[in-house]
Ligand binder design. Structure first.
Ligand code: NAD
Length: 407
């Protein structure tokens, strides 16, 4: 499958190596409005890079398009690519509004292409393995799912646009899709309401920097999400020192991030620093690369601490799998390491395309449900009210088990 990528920013420096590593994928073409990114991309990979999505898709050299442009362009770029018959992976969040999600789903359907919502940490192998264990009934009925993540999102170098909630910035649009997807997958039910509080407590980064959200589910289960992007406490202390890319996190990661950003001293200098980590920048690929990067030390990614509680036990992630706390025994269930993170989503689209089948999970309608929860977090944070949800689906295994009918 020949893959083109739109948006040669920081995310692309993680996506492109996975496309290159995948035995059945060819990196065919790139697209970015920045000339320096296009030049570097072509120089490094020997494939063309265009300024517009139309130019990328109008040739015959690409089967699928990975949309990794800023959030506010996801809908426009995906609809153009679909209209040329290209399979789609779109970075999270799928879009900024539910109407945009509908437009993307309709464009994919009208053109007979698949629309995969990527990448969220619900693709991580331990999360998928927990979903399977839950479906097998090993912890009974799920009544509570917690995801707690304290990280340095606001202090990794941010552009003004990334802080503007109206443009899809702030941690609810940019990070909540990960935790919301994890909680939706593991609750094995449909969420029906959200009550949330958002926090904006850094004057140099005036945006949503943290939130707490309580989700209720139609099964009676509850989901609790705690997110802080302010780089104080580091929740990898609670996940065996392992961070979201699976590598050990140095204990001084947050102090170093805060020192680096405060030494830059201005929003412009911070924007330049962020730019240096995009394609074509002198630190391209260094995003999230703190601490030990020896491949032999890589474990499963830990997007914060995730604990699932059922009537017969609890599950949590370990570096190599899942710990199962039962009534009569406690044991670690190992989880195979491959394919990891983005490789899993690329596999997911590739296999569906090769076999000409539907996506097994994470399609556009699922991603619309995740966006609906994110928008409800923002609305509840603004109004102080509980928000009802109306566009929710069951996760893969619960749907397959016909759990919807039983409930
Ligand atoms: N799943 C993850 O773990 C993860 C991590 C980081 C970012 N992301 C997502 O990836 C997307 C990009 O984030 P990022 O941090 O790489 O942002 P970024 O700003 O570093 O990169 C965006 C790139 O798109 C380019 N661009 C802007 N407008 C464009 C247009 N109209 N046409 C073509 N190119 C255009 C920019 O020049 C830039 O190179 C966002 O949706 C973000 O939420 C996901």
């Amino acid at each position: 499958m020949r893959v083109g990528i739109v948006g040669l920013g920081t995310a692309s420096t993680d996506i492109v190596p996975e496309i290159l590593r995948h035995p059945q994928l060819d990196l065919a073409v790139g697209c970015d409005i920045r000339a320096e990114a296009r030049t570097q991309f072509t120089h490094r990979y020997g494939v063309p890079a265009f300024e517009t999505v139309e130019e990328l898709v109008s040739g015959k050299s690409v089967d699928a398009v990975y949309v990794a442009s800023p959030n506010r362009f996801h809908c426009e770029h995906a609809v153009i690519a679909a209209s040329y018959g290209k399979e789609l992976i779109v970075e999270k969040p799928l879009a900024l509004t539910l109407a945009e999600c509908d437009e993307m789903v309709a464009a994919a359907a009208a053109n007979g292409v698949r629309l995969l919502a990527g990448h969220t940490h619900s693709f991580d192998a331990p999360i998928q393995a927990m979903e399977d264990l839950i479906a097998d009934g090993v912890i009974g009925e799920v009544y509570m799912v917690n995801n707690w993540y304290y990280t340095d999102w606001l202090f990794r170098g941010r552009l003004a646009d990334e802080l503007d909630v109206g443009l899809g910035g702030g941690v609810v649009f940019r990070q909540a899709p990960h935790s919301v997807d994890i909680v939706r997958v593991l609750a094995a039910a449909r969420p029906v309401s959200v009550r949330a509080v958002t926090s904006s407590v850094d004057t140099a980064h005036p945006t949503h920097g943290g939130f707490v959200a309580l989700l209720t589910f139609d099964s009676g289960a509850v989901g609790n999400i705690v997110f802080s992007g302010y780089a104080h406490f580091d929740s990898s202390e609670l996940t065996f020192g392992i961070g979201e890319n699976g590598y050990p996190r140095s204990p001084d990661t947050h102090l170093a991030a805060r020192r680096r950003i405060s030494a830059l001293g201005s929003a412009d200098a911070e924007a330049q620093y962020k730019n240096s980590m995009r394609f074509g920048g002198d630190q391209a690929g260094q995003w999230l690369k703190s601490g030990d990067r020896d491949p032999s030390s890589q474990k499963h990614p830990c997007y914060g601490l995730t604990v699932v509680s059922g009537t017969r036990g609890d599950l949590r992630q370990t570096p190599d799998g899942i710990f199962r706390y039962g009534s009569g025994e406690w044991l670690e269930v190992p989880v195979a390491r491959a394919p990891l993170e983005r490789a899993a989503e690329l596999d997911c689209l590739y296999n569906a395309w090769k076999d000409d089948t539907d996506l097994p999970s994470h399609d556009g309608r699922w991603a619309k449900g995740t966006l609906e929860v994110c928008l409800a977090i923002i609305e509840s944070g603004r109004t102080g009210r509980e928000v009802s949800l109306h566009h929710q689906l069951l996760p893969r295994t619960a749907a397959a088990a016909g759990a919807g009918q039983r409930r």
